[in-house]
Design a protein around this ligand. Sequence first.
Ligand SMILES: [Cu+2]
Length: 329
Amino acid sequence: MSKMKTYNLFFIVFVGFLFFIVSCTNQPKEDIEFKQMCQGAGYEWMLMKPTQDGKFIKDAEQCWGCMIEGIEHVCSMEKFEKITGNMESDMPSMQHMAMTAHAGTRNSVDIHLYKVGFIRPDVQPGKEALLKFTINDIQSKKPVSNLEVIHDKIMHIVLVRDDLKHFDHVHPKMVESGGFAVPYEFLASGLYRIWIDFTIDGMQHIVDFDINVPGDVESEEKNLLDGIKVNFLTPNEIFADKEIELKFEIFDKNNKPVPITEKFLAADAHLISIDKSLEEFEHNHDEKFDKDNKISFIHAFEKAGKHKIWIQFSVGGRTKTANSDVAVK
Ligand SMILES: [Cu+2]
């Protein structure tokens, strides 16, 4: 290689290196504390140009910030606190809306709108915190207390970490008019989705919220079967949107069948299925209560892809939870 060519090559590498350095230092910094606050409140943390009234601000540089749905991309923690603080004065914590329609007489449809709030507590792994939910009627602006008892409870909550490793199912009690709470201890850090399930005037509502449990605490999945085995008689193929029967058999450690002789939340067994994107949430029941060691659910998965299912039943007064991965075509 000639000397000239060597110089040229060196020059190109040097200029490339300079560009690399400049682009690295130009990358805006992330404020980790703000990031956690943003994600903890259930919003998306992203790099983009700040906006005002939904439009990009001219000449503004990119920044890391919190995307508040329907409002704007907020680059500073102070501004974020101001916006979410204003929302809180209207409704406690993050709002979520659920809607139901009651068909009345032939020509009229009576629509009820409910506002569901989640008051996010300060959570730490291994420390009990109070999860509190509020329900308000939007038209009358009054708190809603007339939740129906469905499967023994007025409100069912399912919590799942976003990698589907941790699962729980708990039941808040009414603590005040329109307020429902349950103490809960997250065992491991990470982002969790919480589905709350309740019924008003015969209409079921399922609303979800996210909560971030800070730190890097990991814990084993709870073994909730102690000594019992659950065999999942996997169907050959499962297709999205098609009803199938999911069958399970229960044995003790000596392979002796264990019959289900007591109900768990007013059913033989409960099934919860969630897809890996956490978008699909289904709750299903085996209501037959035939006191054998078999459980079966007629179930349809909505979406194709990886799902996880949890089944719950009661033996000897204790709740048993088994899970399985399911591939849906
Ligand atoms: Cu429940």
